[in-house]
Design a protein around this ligand. Structure first.
Ligand SMILES: [Zn+2]
Length: 95
């Protein structure tokens, strides 16, 4: 019967529970840059990207970068395929 209180509080925004200090330390560690695209971010502008299995923070990312990452989360090969797609020659444009 007793469910050992492992549920996240309802109504809370999902995500890691980091204190403001932890967030600032992580961003500082990354030199104030997004861990994915290396563009500058800011406290509040970068979000923690969690490793779902290890329950640890993989890095601080822009919301857009985190979204982008989420697209491939179910299938990381998609990124490799996307790169291959972009870098392929366009047969119909070849002289
Ligand atoms: Zn970014």
């Amino acid at each position: 019967m007793a469910w050992g209180g492992k549920r996240d509080g309802a109504g809370r925004t999902p995500g890691p529970k980091l204190t403001q200090e932890e967030v600032e330390a992580l961003i500082l560690e990354q030199g104030g840059l997004c861990a994915l695209c290396s563009e500058p971010g800011s406290v509040g502008g970068l979000l923690a990207d969690m490793d779902g299995l290890r329950k640890s923070v993989r890095g601080m990312l822009h919301p857009k970068c985190k979204e982008f990452l989420a697209l491939g989360r179910d299938n990381p090969r998609r990124f490799q395929m996307a790169i291959a797609y972009w870098s392929r020659d366009l047969p119909h444009h070849r002289a």
